[in-house]
Ligand binder design. Structure first.
Ligand code: FES
Length: 620
């Protein structure tokens, strides 16, 4: 069958019965597929009038009969029956996420696990030819006793065994000799990489281990996304698809190697000069990277196969660095809380402060830690994907063209801001929070989250933007000029408001329960660290206004960027920080929210939008 892809002016020949999403992907046309192609997310929409299998139940439910009549279809649910033409709207194309890579790396004393030891060889010190025993005896008492070589080291040594005098540089990792070079080793540099392996994105940082400096970084979308947008769908794929676990492991390892290649190309540093990798990630990402079956994570008591920090040769999983390079994974907290949260605590210093601080990392899930040097409690909140634009009708990730900010002026005119200043394509999490906050302020949404209709809204400009569509109220956030009834208008619907309420009440309930567990009034929290992309870009006042965050009168709210990635860097550069990370993972008390007796109450309470008082405080 011949498929004409209008938007790309491309023709594809595919066998009858081919799934449309796969056919497009095989031609390099990647559509958004946040649900992994199971017909749940509705992001893979295409326009195709005929030639496909009849719409199935998922399509009827997600797209609606009216749109199907107009030719809208879900590519993942359609198979090609006849030669036809397909149009792909911009909003369905996979886009590169604007990945948050920056985070603060507080001053730390450099003490990596990889070190260089220079040895002086003199003819007197050598009774015979150079050997491992001769090198070990030259190492000095501190290194001598426990050190032992790798085979790679011995091979190098055998090739240089005729040295009678001069200097040798040995590369040691945890007292193990990995490599050597003739001379004082001034040209011999040691490099390491830190990785933050997220469900949606993966970021890698290249560091010089002799100076601690960051030399380069690279970030890409986690290619596992094609098997599902969240950890639940990935676990499902790993445990039920034939070869599913292997596919997921290969995808993430491929991504790590791609990042290593990229930083190597940018800096001219060879893979074999990278001696160690330190990584953080949630528990599912950790298991999938190691190729561990994640089935334990699906049922009580949700025990990870290993919780402690774990180090192994990188080549065992096919990561291309030095042949004896090591891969170090920071410890996990629980089945629901991974080493990414340990990284957030480590880099914010929450575990060392006398004051009680709160760290919130909102990604595909929401992780919250509250505490100080005496006690730390944590919870994972099933906030769902709304803060990343998922399950929102015109939602999209924080990529170019996403509306990421919105304000309503005194005349009821709308001002919107988009990422990279491009024409709006959809709305991302921070834009949605801003928009809902403004709509509450303009009394377009009541406390229960009901979107008021035209007649109920006082301001005429704003009332004129209210429309009724698919049996629900919707607010016309953006209207493409001259395109009132079709195309890329962007709406906020009643269902979107409900999705946001569900997401924010999960975070709200988490904060309340943790504060109750520690026994601290919210007003006494000293500082709030907002980690991750959403936390970095959302306006704190909007987050407070919609009741995502409680009202803090004096509390400082600090965006901390990719704090999980900063934690991985600290562990790469300092053995002391690794010990701290181990203590953090042991010390954090994980609270299972769903089992907490107050959870239902707090969750329901958190659904409401607060009434704002004059002093900026609110009623929730
Ligand atoms: S609905 Fe098609 S990929 Fe999600």
């Amino acid at each position: 069958m011949r498929l004409r892809i209008q938007s790309f002016e491309k023709d594809l020949n595919v066998p009858k019965g081919t799934n449309l999403l796969s056919a497009l992907a095989s031609a390099g046309i990647h559509l958004r597929n946040e649900c992994g192609g199971v017909g749940r997310c509705g992001k893979c929409r295409v326009l195709c009038a005929d030639g496909l299998t009849p719409p199935n139940e998922s399509e009827m439910k997600i797209i609606g009969a009216k749109n199907i009549q107009k030719g809208v279809r879900l590519a993942c649910q359609s198979k090609v029956l006849k030669s036809t033409e397909v149009h792909i709207p911009q909003t369905s194309m996979e886009r590169r996420i604007k990945i948050l890579v920056e985070g603060s790396l507080k001053e730390l004393k450099l003490n990596p696990s990889v070190k260089k030891k220079e040895i002086r060889i003199s003819s007197q010190s050598l009774k015979r030819d150079l050997s491992w025993e001769a090198i070990r005896s030259q190492m000095g008492s501190k290194n001598r006793l426990e050190s032992y070589p790798t085979l790679h080291f011995l091979k190098q040594l055998s090739e240089n065994g005729n040295i009678k005098e001069g200097r040798l540089s040995c590369i040691l990792m945890s007292q193990r000799c990995l490599d050597m070079e003739k001379g004082a080793g001034t040209g011999y540099h040691l490099y390491g990489m830190a990785f933050d392996i997220g469900t949606t994105t993966i970021v890698g940082y290249l560091h010089d281990l002799t100076s601690g400096n960051q030399l380069s970084l690279s970030a890409i979308m986690n290619p596992q996304t094609k098997f599902g947008g969240d950890v639940v769908s990935r676990i499902l794929h790993a445990t039920s698809a034939p070869n599913g676990l292997r596919e997921l492991q290969d995808a993430v390892i491929g991504a790590l190697n791609e990042i290593i290649q990229e930083v190597s190309k940018k800096t001219g540093i060879l893979n074999k000069q990278i001696y160690e990798i330190c990584a953080v990630g949630n528990t599912t990402m950790h298991h999938l990277l190691l190729g561990l079956c994640p089935s334990n994570l699906t049922h009580f008591p949700y025990t990870p196969t290993i919780r402690e920090a774990f180090s192994f040769p990188a080549k065992e999983i096919g990561v291309s660095i030095h042949p004896d390079g090591q891969f170090y994974l920071l410890p996990l907290i629980s089945g629901f809380m991974g080493s990414d949260t340990v990284g957030v605590v480590l880099s914010t210093g929450l575990h060392k402060s006398k004051h009680v601080n709160l760290a919130i990392d909102i990604g595909t899930n929401g992780e919250i830690v509250l505490g100080n040097c005496d006690r730390m409690v944590a919870a994972s909140c099933a906030a769902g994907p709304a803060f990343e634009g998922g399950q929102i009708q015109y939602g999209m990730p924080g990529t170019s063209g996403a509306i990421d900010g919105m304000a309503i002026d005194s005349r009821g005119q709308i001002r919107i801001h988009t990422i990279d200043g491009l024409p709006p394509l959809g709305i991302c999490g921070s834009g949605l929070v801003d928009a809902i906050s403004e709509m509450i302020r303009e009394r377009m949404i009541n406390q229960d989250g009901r979107l008021l209709n035209k007649e109920e809204i006082g301001n005429r400009n704003l009332a004129s933007r209210m429309i009724r569509t698919d049996s629900q109220e919707a607010f016309l956030l953006y209207q493409e000029k001259g395109n009132r009834n079709q195309g890329q208008n962007i709406l906020i619907t009643q269902k979107d408001v409900r999705q946001l309420q569900l997401a924010k009440s999960a975070i709200w309930a988490g904060i309340q329960i943790l504060a109750g567990t520690i026994g601290i009034p919210l007003m006494e929290i000293n500082e709030v660290f907002l980690a991750g992309a959403f936390g970095n870009y959302v306006k704190p006042e909007s987050a407070i206004h919609i009741g995502l965050l409680p009202y803090f009168k004096k509390t400082k709210i600090t965006p901390v960027g990719n704090a999980a990635g900063s934690g991985a860097k600290m562990a790469l550069l300092s053995l002391k920080k690794r010990e701290e990370a181990n203590r953090i993972a042991q010390k954090i008390e994980y609270i299972e929210l769903a089992k907490h007796s107050d959870f239902q109450n707090e969750y329901i309470k958190g659904m409401a939008f607060p009434l704002l008082k004059r002093d900026g405080s609110h009623s929730l």
